[in-house]
Design a protein around this ligand. Structure first.
Ligand code: SF4
Length: 300
């Protein structure tokens, strides 16, 4: 096959792969889907498709994904006036990171009042939508796009609220899973096998957590790694990275750490941090004999 034919064949296969993934496809997935294609060939074809305005780049989590452009939406807008089309194209170029009306004013070189009017018209036609980011900034993007994590804050945000309880539950489940894994690993006699078995990859942890069905949405490996990184800062976990191989790439592995100092029971006593310590005495309204915190500590 000539080089030209090879490139057009790869281009068709890339376009087909993108058509199968309407939410976007990453470099890695494309290379896995077409094993005979080199990274250099992929980059060249992607650049060509971008310059021909056939695909758009979106950010999904920490990675970039490529998506076929919605030709229908472009056609719908091409029938409107020039200025409206100009604003629509600027919104389209912004991808799923969105663009503010202030930035549109400069990029389209139109008065703010006119930009606002055009945006309202495009919103009314359901060609674009307004999304409020976690930093309370209003941005505009194509109607069918899913806002990027930089706008929504990711899975752990509901609107502008950080879902701390949900994150706590995820952290607890991840830690419990790795603790169970450590207990199983400790039964091995060989110290090297014991160490290796005590680690789990973020992919395995993600599969386990999704299997528990504690989240309404499917969690990605990146979401789980965010939770695991927080547990590392809490000194509960440690991380190891495997060697980068062409077949598997590198993997992030996690295991439960051994605490540097074991906390003695006295350190966990509630009275040390109690706000009513001064008013607490035997026979008083606040008393150790009626204190629920003391009861819990004694039962621990
Ligand atoms: S016994 Fe309970 S109420 Fe009294 S100081 Fe301790 S924690 Fe506070």
């Amino acid at each position: 096959m000539s080089e030209e034919n090879l490139f057009s064949d790869l281009e068709v296969r890339i376009t087909e792969a993108m058509a199968r993934c309407p939410k976007g496809v990453s470099n890695k997935t494309l290379l896995e889907a077409i094993p005979s294609m080199s990274t250099a060939q992929l980059v060249e074809i992607l650049n060509k498709l971008i310059s021909q305005d056939k695909i758009q780049i979106l950010s999904k989590g920490k990675q970039l994904v490529y998506m076929l452009k919605d030709q229908k939406a472009t056609k719908k807008c091409s029938s409107t006036d020039v200025e409206e089309n100009l604003v629509f194209q600027a919104v389209e170029r912004a991808g799923n990171n969105g663009v503010s009306s202030k930035d549109l004013k400069f990029s389209c070189n139109l008065p703010q009042a006119q930009i606002t009017k055009i945006l309202k018209g495009l919103e009314g036609k359901k060609l674009i939508k307004c999304v409020v980011s976690t930093s309370k900034k209003k941005v505009f993007m194509l109607f069918d796009l899913e806002p990027s994590h930089s706008i929504t804050g990711g899975t752990f945000y509901s609107g502008q609220e950080f879902e701390s309880e949900f994150v706590d539950v995820l952290s607890e489940q991840c830690y419990r899973y790795l603790l169970q894994n450590k207990t199983v690993a400790e039964k091995l006699t060989d110290p090297i096998s014991q160490r290796n078995a005590s680690f789990k990859s973020s992919k395995d942890i993600c599969t386990y957590i999704n299997g528990l069905k504690i989240s309404k949405v499917q969690l990605s490996v990146q979401d789980i790694e965010t939770v695991l990184e927080a547990l590392i800062y809490d000194a509960k976990l440690e991380k190891s990275i495997t060697m980068n191989t062409p077949a598997k790439g590198s993997e992030n592995l996690y295991r439960v750490t051994k605490p540097l100092v074991s906390s003695v029971g006295l350190m966990r006593m509630p009275c040390g941090v109690c706000h009513v310590f001064k008013d607490c005495h035997k026979g008083g309204i606040i008393s150790p004999s009626t204190c629920v915190y003391m009861k819990e500590w004694l039962e621990f």
